[in-house]
Write a protein that binds this ligand. Structure first.
Ligand code: ADP
Length: 676
């Protein structure tokens, strides 16, 4: 196949330069996976938060179930107690579980009711203030009346002959047996009152009050007496007397001394309260009795309703009551939800290992225990269950949900903190790595440049030497003065070559850590003067000049003559190289403050602040026109710094772009020993 000239396109570079490629690799293999991982971790964190909330909810649900089971168990015990009590003839509070017993003993707390042929029995006595008339035990008024009673009543009622009626009642009273005395006494007192003898009437009522209770027309005789005494006192305007009698009457009523029917109870209770308010009853005591009465009224209302229609709960206007019953023989325990709520409900919640609040209600929203919150509290859980046939709804929630949330949040914050730390570490690590690798790449590039630059550097002196040597060899230069000049130039060029080689060798020795210094006593003044003179001679052909100010008698110091000489020469070389317009450079030496200062100054191109930071780095060459035109390997200044540092000194650069630069070497005068 004939070789046709095919123009191959230059190999496309991957993206851009190597450092951009590096950044690409970093983004692709470290930052992107890092970001993915970060996002993933954040998602996991969020899920963990949700999971923690879910776990809390599940725990609460389990707790709600447990409470439900406990409630069921307890309600059954109460039910069983009601059943057992129904079978017993005589029972006492001890037959009931502790909390039921306490409720029965508390006024308004609860009541045990049993219904038999004898009618309704309530335990404890006085627990109810009224029952429906149908439930009232039969209370018979005396059936046989003394012969004269009808006559006396006729005198009182029909003829309104009170004096004779009074006399007739009194006679009857004297001969009456104990069973009839209350009835006759009540009529006597009544007639005395009608006859306008309130004092005597009051006496008779007081006597009636002292007698054993007898039921007269469906009312207890002592109740009638107390009521009439109050009425008399009120009539007389006897406020003190009224307050005492009314209060005593009200107390008796409220303790449930007499089991009345509802209208009668409410009538007398109402009158009592009016009397109490009209007289000067101590408000504290009145309120106490009133509170007890209200609780008992609520219980009586509940009992009345539940006896009518037995069921699990009665919800009155004020508070609810729970009922547990046995059908045959019928017996029922009615318990005030208020009482249970204050003594028993909190215990049921607080024994769960965390602070809980809750409500127990019926599915139609009637609350039995606890106060329902206005809005659903956070983390609230609901549990519905049945006890026998009654459905219940239990809702519980933690008292301090913030504590639970705070715990979750704290764990999340810790994880986020660690994540952020890792991210920062990653970012920092990436930055440092990119920097280091870029720097290394830069050095690799500089090293590559170095080879070509050095070859170039070698070429020009070598060419000069070869041409001059050739001319001399051919005998083309006959003038001895010219010959002399050529020989000098050959020597100078060789010197330059030698210095160049020396620099490179120095550098490689330093790099490999093999550079050793031979310190010896050095008298700076003659040494520097000779150095400057040699340098002047070298550059004479270029037309450049050095102005030196080297005072006599600079103090002697210990130094490696060769090495230090090469350092100063490098500075002079640079000063000349980088002063394309100006012909003169300056060298000033000075001894001050225990050190010798050698400053090399030029009026050349100057060095930017950015470059000043790096010029002492190996292979570094400032970017710019001048660097392109001026030969150099970027080694000179790095060598200067190595050498000066090895002498225990420092080198610094002051410069202004366009105005020139000053490099100052400071060396300690104190003799140095050793080297390396
Ligand atoms: P080079 O072989 O390039 O001169 P050096 O290490 O001696 O290497 O110098 C490093 C760089 O510092 C040079 O490339 C040049 O840009 C800058 N430089 C050094 N001396 C001077 C000076 N006197 N004036 C301006 N720039 C200078």
């Amino acid at each position: 196949m004939p070789n046709s000239p095919v123009r191959r396109p230059a190999r496309p570079r991957f993206f851009l330069g190597p450092s951009q490629r590096l950044v690409g690799v970093f983004v692709l293999f470290i930052l992107l996976p890092g970001a993915f991982l970060g996002v993933f971790a954040l998602r996991v964190l969020r899920q963990e938060g949700q999971l923690a909330r879910q776990r809390t909810r599940e725990r609460l649900e389990r707790t709600a179930e447990e409470i439900g089971r406990d409630l069921n168990l307890e309600f059954r015990r109460w039910n069983d107690a009601a059943r057992t009590a129904a079978g017993v003839k005589t029972f006492d509070a001890g037959s009931f579980p502790e909390i039921v017993r306490l409720a029965l003993l508390e006024p308004g707390g609860g009541v045990y009711l049993s219904v038999s042929d004898k009618g309704l029995e309530a335990f404890p006595a006085g627990a109810l203030l009224y029952v429906s008339p149908a439930m009232l035990p039969s209370r018979t008024s005396p059936s046989r009346f003394p012969a004269g009673l009808a006559e006396a009543e006729s005198l009182e009622m029909a003829r309104e002959d009170y004096p004779n009626a009074i006399r007739a009642y009194r006679n009857l009273l004297d001969s009456a047996d104990a069973g009839l005395r209350p009835l006759i006494l009540q009529r006597l007192a009544r007639t005395l009152r009608k006859a306008g003898k309130p004092g005597e009437a009051a006496g008779a009522y007081r006597e009636l009050q002292r007698l054993n209770t007898a039921w007269i027309g469906g009312l207890p005789s002592d109740l009638i007496a107390q009521s009439e005494l109050c009425s008399l006192a009120a009539e007389r305007g006897d406020s003190v007397g009224l307050s005492q009698t009314a209060m005593a009457f009200y107390r008796d009523l409220a303790t449930g001394k007499w089991l009345l029917d509802k209208p009668r109870y409410l009538f007398y209770s109402d009158r009592c309260r009016t009397w109490c308010r009209e007289s000067l009853v101590a408000p504290d005591e009145f309120d106490r009795v009133r509170t007890t009465e209200e609780r008992k009224l609520a219980l009586s209302r509940a009992a009345e309703d539940l006896l009518n229609l037995p069921r699990g709960m009665f919800s009155g206007e004020a508070n609810a009551h729970l009922a547990f019953w046995n059908t045959d023989p019928f017996a029922m325990v009615v318990l005030s939800a208020d009482f249970l709520e204050s003594r028993w409900w909190p215990q049921l919640l607080t024994t769960r290992g965390e602070d809980l609040e809750g409500t127990l209600s019926t599915p139609d929203g009637q609350t039995v225990f606890g106060s329902p919150p206005s809005e659903t509290p956070p983390l609230a859980v609901t549990h519905d269950f049945r006890i026998d046939d009654t459905p219940w709804l239990l809702q519980i929630w933690p008292v301090r949900p913030e504590a639970i949330y705070a715990d979750i949040r704290q764990r999340q914050a810790l994880s986020i903190g660690i994540l952020a730390f890792v991210a920062v570490l990653l970012a920092f690590g990436s930055y440092i790595t990119v920097r280091i690798v870029r720097r290394e790449l830069e050095i690799a590039r500089l090293r590559a440049d170095f080879v070509s630059t050095v070859s170039h550097e070698f070429r020009s002196p070598l060419t000069g030497i070869r041409q001059l040597g050739g001319m001399l060899l051919d005998g083309r230069v006959t003038d001895p003065v010219k010959q002399q000049g050529y020989f000098r130039m050959i020597v100078q060029e060789s010197d330059r070559l030698a210095r160049l080689v020396e620099n490179i060798l120095d550098f490689s020795r330093i790099e490999e850590g093999r550079r050793e210094y031979r310190f010896e006593p050095l008298d700076p003044t003659p040494w520097l003067r000779k150095l400057v003179a040699d340098f002047k001679a070298e550059i004479a052909v270029t037309g450049a000049a050095v102005e030196a100010d080297i005072p006599d008698g600079l103090p002697a110091m210990s130094a490696d003559r060769e090495a230090l000489g090469s350092a100063v020469r490098n500075l002079l070389d640079n000063a000349v190289k980088y002063s394309p317009g100006a012909k003169t450079v300056w060298l000033d030496a000075l001894a001050e403050g225990g050190e010798i200062r050698i400053a090399v100054r030029d009026r050349g191109v100057g060095i930017s602040e950015q470059d000043r930071k790096h010029i002492f780095d190996r292979f570094y060459r400032a970017d710019g026109e001048i660097s392109k035109r001026v030969k150099g390997a970027g080694l000179g200044l790095s060598l200067v710094r190595y050498i000066v540092t090895a002498h225990g000194g420092t080198v610094e650069c002051q410069s202004r772009v366009g105005e020139g630069s000053t490099f100052t070497i400071r060396l300690p005068i104190a003799p140095l020993t050793g080297g390396g």
